[in-house]
Design a protein around this ligand. Structure first.
Ligand SMILES: Nc1ncnc2c1ncn2[C@@H]1O[C@H](COP(=O)(O)OP(=O)(O)OP(=O)(O)O)[C@@H](O)[C@H]1O
Ligand SMILES: [Mg+2]
Length: 311
């Protein structure tokens, strides 16, 4: 049976005892403490385990028939195939027991990065994105993601919003509605590429590890694609963290990941923002508290960027 609580994440004690025992055997010590970090919208176990000998590991686990298990296994395959030096934690192991699956990942120690204008973290993240996308994905990574369709390529919303515009759409969106629907329609044809794409870049999917610096986590949506996807995804997050949209649009104009194909960057920003506007207005799904509120805020940030980019 799929364990899907109405709100919040599964805890270590929700994991069937045989899988907990399997993990303790594989890791070589008993689990003495677990911490579920705040952030994210998923319902599966995603927790830092401390062992009796003081070592720590990060574990994601869910019932094998839960759709999140396929995402966790995809993440495991991605972590096992990223090139050396990629900003990601290492895969430690994958374990199955009692109809559940656990993916064990190296533990990162630190807070989420601070995306606000006073912080050095955004500069480091732009640098990581430059490095990650400046050459084609290596063959093992490309093979690991080959069977997974890009979620980014399928994002849309403006065509529905154009057909029946909600009264509360921001004026900038209403003003550009036809143009946004056209840009979004151009996106699927531009959504192909050979670069590494994390596919879900938000502050809560990064950890500023004390030793490694900012490191990307939650590679469950990773694919190959055009270089612009992660840089464009980061842009509204920076606006949400109080950056001036004009500054971020200038950065997008200059950054190698977005400057080389400005049409693809604008089309993806349109598709992502349309997706947020459309989904924010749908009923809330079970097990994801806060998702609709986040989508409303992200839609507003994306619209502010589009307004600068299109005007
Ligand atoms: N390797 C790690 N070490 C330490 N903390 C981590 C690690 N990976 C993730 N985290 C923390 O755990 C949180 C949840 O992990 P993650 O984002 O991978 O789970 P998820 O359920 O896939 O998330 P989402 O709800 O975004 O889909 C992250 O926001 C981050 O704070
Ligand atoms: Mg996450």
């Amino acid at each position: 049976m799929s364990a899907l609580p109405p709100v919040g994440r599964l805890q270590w004690t929700d994991v069937p005892a045989p899988l907990r025992a399997r993990l303790e055997t594989a890791l070589g010590a008993a689990v003495t403490d677990t911490v579920t970090p705040p952030g994210g919208f998923g319902h599966q176990l995603a927790a830092a385990l401390t062992l009796a000998d003081g070592r720590r590991f990060f574990v994601k686990a869910s019932s094998t028939d839960d759709p999140l298990t396929a995402a966790n296994l995809h993440e495991g395959a991605v972590l096992g195939s990223l090139p050396p030096g990629a900003p990601a934690p290492e895969l430690v192991g994958i374990h199955h027991a009692a109809g559940w699956t656990a993916v064990v990942i190296a533990h990162l120690d630190g807070p989420h990065p601070d995306l606000s204008p006073d912080s050095f973290d955004p500069g480091q993240i732009w640098g990581l994105l430059d490095k990650l996308t400046s050459s084609p994905a290596p063959a093992p990574y490309a093979a690991a993601v080959a069977a997974t369709a890009s979620g980014a390529a399928a994002l849309h919303g403006w065509r529905e919003l154009l057909a029946d515009p909600p009264g509360d759409l921001p004026p900038a969106a209403l003003h550009h509605l036809r143009e946004l629907a056209d840009l979004e329609a151009a996106w699927p044809a531009l959504a192909h590429g050979d670069r590494i794409v994390h596919g879900d870049l938000r502050a809560d999917n990064m950890v500023r590890d004390h030793g490694r610096g900012v490191t990307f986590v939650d590679w469950a949506h990773a694919t190959t694609g055009p270089a612009c996807i992660d840089a464009v995804s980061l842009a509204p997050q920076l606006v949400l963290a109080a950056h001036d949209p004009q500054d971020i649009v200038r950065l997008l104009d200059e950054h190698p990941a977005t400057a080389t194909d400005p049409l693809a960057a604008s089309a993806f920003l349109a598709a992502l923002t349309g997706h947020w506007h459309r989904n924010a207005r749908l009923p809330a799904p079970p097990g994801a508290p806060g998702l609709r509120d986040y989508q409303h805020r992200a839609a507003t940030a994306g619209t502010a960027l589009l307004a600068c980019r299109l005007s």
